[in-house]
Ligand binder design. Sequence first.
Ligand code: HMG
Ligand code: MG
Length: 287
Amino acid sequence: MPDAVEIFEMGPRDGLQNERRLIPAADKIALVDLLSRAGFRRIEVTSFVSPKWVPQMADAAEVMAGIRRAPGIRYAVLTPNMKGYEAARAARAGEVAIFASASEGFSKANLNATIAESLERLAPVAQTAARDGVPLRGYVSVVTDCPFDGPTPPAAVARVVASLRDMGCHEVSLGDTIGQGRPETIDAMLAAVLDEMPAARLAGHYHDTAGRALDNIDASLARGLRVFDAAVGGLGGCPYAPGAAGNVATERVATHLARAGHATGLDMAVIAEAAAMARAMRGTEHV
Ligand code: HMG
Ligand code: MG
């Protein structure tokens, strides 16, 4: 029996949020509809964040309303606060993700709040999602390196993971936001995080800035992780993380996993088509 690994597709959200050129909602919808044929169980479609902060995601409701939902796929969205959660709920999001930072510098840049303030703001989102029966995912950013504060202590990541777990996140995704993690630093971070949450409830979310994302996935597989976030065409980056390149490309992760004997259940022909579509959406100028 091949050892199954889930790739959680991030392209429409993490992939496109960093594009300066405003991409028409119809193009985003076409990408999601194509991705719906690729065999993913979850696709992160968009984010309900402040349009002043991330103008590219201002069409979140329109995109969610326009996609054709395939049975068995969860269409997920990102929300930073109750305003975002309410909009996500109105848009019938199948899963909601809340996000926090392991460093104060990135928390301020990305959320305009300290880590403690951001977690306080997320608590009512978590409570309401539990009441509504909406699956809640958590992200921790800058799990090994922060563009403002330098190396992130593993214990700081473990603390935020524990807070997200206590709030009710069924899964926490560990973000190497600026792609500077190395297998050694990822492994040390995981050693601390695994004291708080089992590998079965963790995901790796690795940007590929320094070209080490696949090595970091291998280090995470060795620690028992079986969910990895990726974006078709390797698009993306975080607008509030200087130098952040794209998520590791879905097609590269799927090929790498297949070679190592892990089944992802993805249709590689559809993935290739989606990667080409995603790349074509990309402007020439990047944040
Ligand atoms: P703020 O300016 O401190 O908040 O931003 P505010 O409450 O004062 O709101 C400012 C304005 O935004 C107000 O409008 C609000 O109504 C509006 P005004 O009254 O001035 O007209 N607003 C909203 N509008 C729509 N939806 C909302 C919303 N919230 C407020 N949800 C805030 C604080 C958290 C809102 C802001 O910092 C924000 O939106 N940050 C999100 C930044 C972001 O999306 N970053 C990228 C995603 S995270 C990421 O990429 C990392 C990840 O991939 C993992 C990894 O790689 O590490 C997940
Ligand atoms: Mg990211």
